[in-house]
Design a protein around this ligand. Structure first.
Ligand SMILES: [Zn+2]
Length: 481
């Protein structure tokens, strides 16, 4: 009789999980084992703290639901990957670099194997100076600790695990928010130029024709379970900017948080030994929102959060459906590729700076109100930006699944192109990752103008940035293939 006794040894020194098999005649052999862990840390700011996401700053008055940094660590004995998705609108690279350094010191995982992103909830603590919201250095320090801790705690939570993924479609909650204007019609932008498209034009706008681009209805789902069957984590990805309509001054994780809550109910994971971490990451949603300006949208009837819950429940239902058909593997290869690229900044010309100065001289402060004033202020900020900025580009391979990460609010066309042309059959992109470099429209969308192209701290990369970024991501994915 050849009875095997399996002993899982967790060795802190080597930090690799190894499943040893000792058989009765004393011979031993090692077998590959996959370990995974997940954890979430609370990153909710204090009452009174600045909220990111609007053109004017808002102050926190209360908390609807806590905001989190949600971490997953996957370890196959040869390599370890860490992903942290935080309930923030956007987050500086410097903050995340500090978090990665802390996580590396606590776990030994190489920083290049870590992806850290923001969900893009517009009702969280300010972690980036955008428009008139400015972060407090103390909150940024707190974030770097808590985001780093999400990796360290997920690492400590590792248990033998299995992983699988699948894809669904939820076309009812995504709409391209940039509409073409009728031939001969343009809108004057805050710089005095003319735009051929309008963001959020309004249902009854007689001058709009059709959306200026596509949507990506795909819902990607990575599911991680313990070998005992407990649901460790779920990493979903959907190309929707955010939902919004949270109460004034309220902190909320938006539909990203409500999705996790709904998945907890659907999966019935409340009384597991292992705490479940449900994550919705932001796909390529720079020009995608939840409002149907063709007038056929679900009409929200409830108060604040009703649309958030509706979207969360709709997407969660699709994710739950996908999960019924996932094939799990108890070991997969893990790889990562990271490169830094340098991109040009659209800095203002001298005559644009002069125009901005004149507008600001007439403005009544301290809070700027008109779009002209707000963008004049942005122009003054952009004149001090460097001519070139460095960006982290990443690609990961989890078995036959590829994940790319880009530090921008990526337009949907770019995500669709990457899904279409990359060498892997299964692939998705996480936006707002590893730093923040503003909107990423295509050159064609730049030519049409509109809010997302207006030069600001939230939109400043060179017009060809998307071409260079797509080329680099494709190169990284080919290296992984
Ligand atoms: Zn945005």
């Amino acid at each position: 009789m050849n009875m095997n006794i399996k002993i899982w040894q967790s060795c802190l020194m080597c930090s690799l999980g190894i499943l040893s098999m000792f058989n009765v005649n004393g011979q031993s052999q090692t077998e590959k084992v996959l370990l995974a862990g997940a954890a979430q840390t609370i990153i909710t700011p204090p009452i009174g703290y600045s909220i990111n996401g609007g053109m004017r700053d808002r102050a926190t008055t209360n908390v609807h639901d806590e905001t989190h940094a949600k971490g997953i660590v996957i370890d196959n004995g040869e390599n370890q990957l860490a992903f942290v998705i935080s309930d923030l609108c956007m987050v500086y690279r410097e903050t995340l670099d500090k978090a990665k350094k802390r996580a590396h010191e606590l776990t030994g995982i190489p920083v290049e194997n870590m992806m850290m992103s923001a969900t893009h909830t517009h009702s969280s603590g300010t972690a980036c100076n955008v428009f008139q919201s400015t972060p407090d250095p103390a909150y940024l320090e707190f974030l770097s600790i808590k985001i780093g801790d999400a990796v360290a705690r997920a690492y400590e939570n590792r248990v033998p695990a299995m992983i699988g993924w699948g894809f669904g479609s939820e076309p009812t909650q995504v709409f391209n928010r940039r509409w073409m204007l009728k031939e001969g019609y343009t809108n004057t932008n805050p710089f005095g130029g003319q735009d051929k498209v309008q963001m959020n034009p309004g249902v009854n706008n007689p001058n709009k024709t059709v959306p200026s681009g596509p949507v990506d209805p795909e819902v990607s789902v990575v599911s991680i379970k313990s070998l005992d069957g407990d649901q460790i984590a779920l990493l979903a990805n959907y190309s929707l900017h955010y939902v919004g309509n949270t109460g004034a001054g309220m902190i909320s994780a938006d539909y990203y948080g409500a999705f996790a809550e709904r998945m907890t109910q659907l999966l019935d994971v409340d009384d597991q030994d292992i705490p479940f971490v449900g994550i919705m990451s932001n796909g390529t949603s720079g020009n995608i929102n939840n409002v149907d300006y063709s007038g056929k949208a679900y009409k929200k009837t409830g108060g604040a959060y009703s649309q958030i819950n509706f979207v969360a429940n709709t997407v969660a239902a699709e994710v739950y459906k996908v999960m019924q058909f996932i094939d799990y593997q108890d070991w997969i290869s893990l790889d990562s590729e990271q490169d830094e690229i340098s991109l040009g900044v659209r800095r203002p010309e001298p005559h644009e700076i002069e125009r901005a100065k004149k507008i600001l001289a007439k403005a009544e402060g301290p809070v700027l109100k008109s779009r002209e004033e707000i963008y004049a202020n942005e122009t003054m900020a952009m004149k001090d930006y460097p001519a070139q900025v460095p960006l982290i580009m990443q690609a990961f391979r989890l078995g036959d699944l590829a994940i790319a990460a880009i530090p921008c609010e990526v337009f949907v066309e770019i995500g669709l192109q990457l899904k279409e042309e990359n060498p892997f059959e299964d692939m998705f992109t996480i936006s707002l990752a590893n730093g923040y470099n503003g909107y990423l429209p295509t050159p064609e969308q730049h030519a049409l103008g509109g809010y997302e192209t207006w030069r600001a701290k939230s939109s400043y990369l060179e017009v060809n940035a998307s071409v260079k970024i797509t080329d680099k991501i494709m190169e990284l994915l080919k290296r992984l293939d």
